[in-house]
Design a protein. Structure first.
Length: 285
């Protein structure tokens, strides 16, 4: 099982293919296998690295009493150091997108390109968003201790679809399959991860520091506050491209993998023009 020491944890990763590197950062409460549809295709032309974020999957937890998105971004930097990757395209979804934007703003020289999918910046844009991103997230911790995160999340998915409409969760069965095949997350780790995400609004990011080609993707059926956040990220980051993923919900890379992967491939071609990799497929909105 390939692992490297990143700060105070042994981080599990999978490295495939040869060529310019692209690093995939998954969302909360899943693992690296969320990116399998993209890795399976892109590793023909690129070196793909997908890893389990601290607290997740085969990386597992640590004795720290609390986590933060800043810590996760530091872990990402330590992973690149350990794997001797000086510069890469970073592709993050949801919480992985939060990690990616923090890393990109603080280490712009190490980022050849950036993909932010189904994610949000620190700023809370409305009271409704504050309720969903902070209050409701924190409120999941006590029932998860009693009933487990799988049962609680099913309830949260039902509530989110009542609030934002059907389709916001996309093909949720795919997320459930990822959890069935990977290691079960410890409840204490769930609590630390969720509290880190709920506290992301306290993080400061200088988006003007991000100079790499950037693609912002969001599912067509994403929650309204997520669509607003995508538009804001697209406006905040100079030269960013904003695209909706047709038919996509919150895990748009799984809901419409062909469109998503083609869009990422176009970003990779822009980030690594010297690689001479041809762009195939169509990703028009």
């Amino acid at each position: 099982m390939p692992t490297v020491r990143t700060n105070d944890v042994e981080t599990y990763y999978e490295r495939r293919g040869e060529g310019p590197p692209v690093v995939f950062v998954h969302g909360a409460i899943v693992d690296h296998s969320q990116w399998d549809p993209q890795v399976d295709v892109l590793s023909d032309d690129y070196e793909t690295i997908a890893y389990d974020v601290r607290g997740h999957g085969r990386t597992g937890g640590s004795p720290r009493g609390r986590y933060s998105v800043d810590l996760f971004a530091d872990d990402l930097g330590a992973l690149l150091d350990a794997l001797d990757v000086e510069r890469a395209v970073i592709c993050g979804l949801s919480t992985g997108g939060c990690i990616a934007q923090v890393f990109a703003a603080r280490h712009p020289d190490r980022v050849a390109g950036l993909v932010l999918a189904d994610t949000f910046g620190p700023e809370l844009l409305s009271r409704s968003e504050w309720l969903q991103r902070s209050v409701m997230l924190r409120a999941t911790v006590p029932p998860v201790r009693l009933f487990g995160y799988e049962r609680v999340e099913r309830v949260m998915v039902w509530i989110q679809e009542r609030i934002s409409g059907e389709g916001v969760s996309g093909d949720y069965e795919q997320i459930e399959r990822i959890r069935e095949t990977g290691p079960k997350m410890a409840t204490d780790e769930f609590a630390k991860v969720i509290r880190a995400v709920a506290a992301f609004h306290r993080t400061e990011i200088d988006f003007s520091a991000i100079t790499a080609p950037t693609l912002v993707l969001y599912g067509e059926h994403e929650a309204p506050f997520m669509r607003k956040q995508a538009a804001k990220l697209g406006a905040e980051i100079d030269g960013a491209t904003l695209r909706a993923v047709p038919g996509g919900g919150h895990a748009s890379n799984l809901d419409n993998p062909e469109f998503f992967t083609d869009a990422v491939r176009e970003l990779l071609a822009e980030a690594y023009p010297a690689a001479g990799v041809e762009v195939s497929g169509e990703s028009e909105e």
